[in-house]
Design a protein. Structure first.
Length: 183
């Protein structure tokens, strides 16, 4: 008598169909071009012409998010923590507003980077600002029609120029926005 072997669930076509649909829904948030929708001032809140590189204070619409880099601070460290020799920290205060109808998830590690004029890309680092403000990070969920503001830090080469903050609308690709950090 032959034993009938059951296929494991991950070897069935319907499982992979569900995986593709879920990934498409998650990735669909980042498929629109970023556009400036205003500035972080009390006098301007209208849609402004499209741009490829934005400035600190610009409100950038990317999918169902509006991203604003509010403030940039550079640091050599504090009494207990310092960046590696030849490096410095750059800390950004960022606001992410969810204009959609469902909750969004933000991950600094997969969606935020700093680039410099030499084409180096820097990932998120634990900086003195992050340690001083442990409850004010950006990682987590942003419920529909709400905002999340927090600090994100990067360790960069000391004196690096041409610094740009890159925000990816999704971890799975799609459009991204570049913000000139003024250095």
């Amino acid at each position: 008598m032959e034993k009938e072997t059951k296929k494991k669930f991950y070897k069935k076509w319907w499982f992979w169909g569900i995986v593709v649909i879920v990934l498409a829904v998650i990735g669909s948030n980042g498929n629109t071009s970023p556009q400036k929708v205003g500035e972080n001032t009390s006098t301007s809140n209208k849609v402004v012409e499209k741009s490829t590189t934005f400035k600190v204070g610009d409100q950038i619409k990317l999918g169902n998010s509006i991203v604003t880099v509010n403030k940039v601070e550079y640091s050599q460290g504090g009494q207990y923590t310092k960046p590696a020799e030849g490096n410095e920290w750059v800390n950004l205060n960022v606001t992410i507003e969810n204009t959609g109808s469902s909750q969004q998830y933000v991950t600094t590690l997969g969606q935020m980077f700093i680039r410099d004029a030499e084409k180096n890309s820097y990932q998120v680092a634990v900086t003195n600002k992050a340690m001083e403000n442990p409850g004010f990070g950006l990682d987590g969920s942003v419920i529909a029609q709400s905002k999340r503001t927090g600090w994100v830090g990067f360790e960069i080469k000391k004196g690096a120029t041409g610094l740009q903050f890159q925000y990816n609308g999704s971890m799975f690709g799609g459009k991204s926005a570049l913000v000139d950090l003024g250095r």
